[in-house]
Design a protein around this ligand. Structure first.
Ligand SMILES: O=c1nc[nH]c2c1ncn2[C@H]1C[C@H](O)[C@@H](COP(=O)(O)OP(=O)(O)OP(=O)(O)O)O1
Ligand SMILES: [Mg+2]
Length: 224
């Protein structure tokens, strides 16, 4: 199974789909020209206000790529997963005045045509784990995709490059510690993310799958 959203990395983009208008931002589409890195190649400045994201990104990328962090409150627009990350990445690069990595995480319910998607943070904050389960009560299909879309920009004016990872699981009543977002209600192969230890989650998570693509791209850049 591909780890990408249906249209993000197909070799023959369908020009009518919304997602495909951004397909050129994906590294698999052969982009790197706009993002040649002039500075240290083994470092990223990850702009996020979420300490759990930061610790997972550090655990996965370090020591090969060192991760610095600035916690900025970035405006998040409405739009597709790709639009949200691209806009977030451009804003971060402008604010920081240098290279940045950002990430937007979505939780997409199969029965709801991928909603709440990028709006999961507000749904989770408003209705919690139980409310999210209740949203699916009318449906047999409890399937859900966890989607992570990272955006890297070499600096202001440099177009973001996207790296996306998807893990398919299902929505279940909460099990396990409530340390990180919707981890307790997202089950993958019999365990919720919250029931896994960190190393276990990082092996199969949406975030690690996206970061594998970023690592591959960085490795190519270093030998270019
Ligand atoms: O692996 C995860 N496992 C469980 N929950 C997660 C995960 N990753 C993000 N989340 C939560 C955090 C937030 O409620 C929403 C994403 O929103 P999102 O805007 O991407 O995150 P955020 O605002 O916390 O941090 P940031 O400063 O990087 O935008 O899903
Ligand atoms: Mg956010």
């Amino acid at each position: 199974m591909s780890n990408d959203l249906s249209h993000s990395s197909t070799s023959q983009p369908d020009p009518v789909t919304h997602t495909n208008s951004f397909s050129s931002h994906f590294h698999s589409q052969g982009l790197p020209q706009t993002a040649k890195m002039t500075e240290a190649r083994h470092q990223v400045n990850f702009i996020t206000g979420n300490a759990n994201k930061l610790s997972e990104v550090k655990a996965i990328l370090e020591p090969a790529i060192s991760v610095t962090n600035q916690s900025l409150d970035l405006v998040e627009i409405q739009g597709t997963l790709e639009e949200v990350t691209i806009d977030k990445c451009r804003r971060a690069a402008e604010l920081v005045g240098g290279p940045v990595l950002v990430e937007d995480t979505c939780l997409c319910f199969d029965a709801l045509q991928d909603l709440p998607g990028p709006y999961i943070k507000w749904f989770l904050g408003s209705i919690g784990h139980e409310g999210l389960n209740n949203m699916l009560l009318a449906y047999k299909d409890k399937g859900a995709k966890a989607v992570c879309t990272f955006g890297y920009s070499a600096g202001p004016g440099h177009e973001p490059i996207l790296f996306q990872g998807i893990t398919h699981g299902k929505i279940v009543p909460a099990r396990g510690p409530s340390n990180f977002g919707w981890d307790p209600i997202f089950e993958y192969e019999g365990k919720t993310y919250a029931e896994m230890d960190k190393a276990e989650k990082n092996k199969i998570s949406h975030r690690s799958r996206a970061l594998a693509k970023l690592q591959e791209w960085f490795a190519k850049e270093m030998t270019a």
